[in-house]
Design a protein around this ligand. Structure first.
Ligand SMILES: [Zn+2]
Ligand SMILES: [Zn+2]
Length: 246
């Protein structure tokens, strides 16, 4: 078992009580992690792939790696015990968000692995950059997970590639509209246990999840899953205001 899989397994065992309703499919989650770790480790040993990921935006890099993705597609389908379906259709489905096309989940796993590797390379080079929006600077995904680093510093974590960026060094800030008025952003959390919270910006109406307890040490991608535990506070938000979360 690889290091990443081991870390994820320990994290799930330790924190599954925070997952609302425990809706995580344990075996499947670990199998996917095992496959992604293998893809990442194999890619790391290939200088050509590293060069392409290092020197290009993710979408450009993926276009240059299409033949590699095609090979991965066959192997990952096999590993998951899925019938091999059309690669080009699956890739097209991923790029246009058509989740019900066969092979979507296979291509999702493969592209996520390369995105995670790109995020690692990016972080090694640039660290955790300042970016005041919810859009991941590495892969472009929109994050709904914020991490409170200290009283003034807040980061966002990408749910797709795991990159972490600093969204504010000057107190809580809405990553969707830029509102910094503390009185206009509410964070709903437990009366005693303040590990997770649900933030609501009265200025734009967006809601997002906040990990309030930095002591929760888990792999970053799992932290985005874990943060769903904050959904139990959703009924604290005035109903007519809750319009935009996805
Ligand atoms: Zn990302
Ligand atoms: Zn806002």
């Amino acid at each position: 078992m690889g290091r990443m899989v081991e870390e994820l397994r320990n994290a799930i065992n330790r924190y599954k009580h925070l997952l609302k309703g425990g809706e995580i499919d344990y075996d499947k989650t670990l199998l996917v992690e095992e496959i992604e770790e293998e893809l990442i480790e194999n890619a790391k040993r290939n200088d050509e792939i590293i060069k392409i990921l290092d020197n290009n935006e993710l979408t450009t890099a993926l276009a240059k790696l299409t033949e590699k993705l095609r090979e991965d597609y066959v192997r990952v389908s096999e590993k998951l015990g899925h019938r091999l379906t059309n690669f080009d259709e699956a890739l097209e489905a991923f790029l246009t968000g058509k989740k019900d096309v066969p092979g979507f989940n296979i291509i999702f796993i493969i592209i996520q692995a390369y995105a995670r590797l790109k995020a690692q390379l990016y972080e090694e080079e640039k660290g955790n950059i300042n970016n005041s929006t919810a859009e991941c600077p590495v892969c472009g995904a929109i994050s709904r997970t914020m991490l409170k680093e200290d009283e003034r510093t807040y980061s966002m974590i990408c749910p797709f590639c795991g990159y972490k960026w600093i969204v504010s060094t000057n107190g809580l800030r809405c990553p969707y509209c830029g509102n910094t008025d503390k009185l206009a952003i509410g964070v709903f959390t437990g009366k005693k246990l303040k590990r997770l919270g649900l933030a609501w910006c009265q200025s734009c109406g967006e809601t997002w999840r906040v990990v309030l307890d930095k002591g929760i040490k888990v792999p970053r991608l799992f932290l985005t899953a874990l943060s769903f535990g904050a959904e139990i506070y959703r009924n604290a938000i005035p109903r007519d205001a809750d319009v935009t979360d996805s």
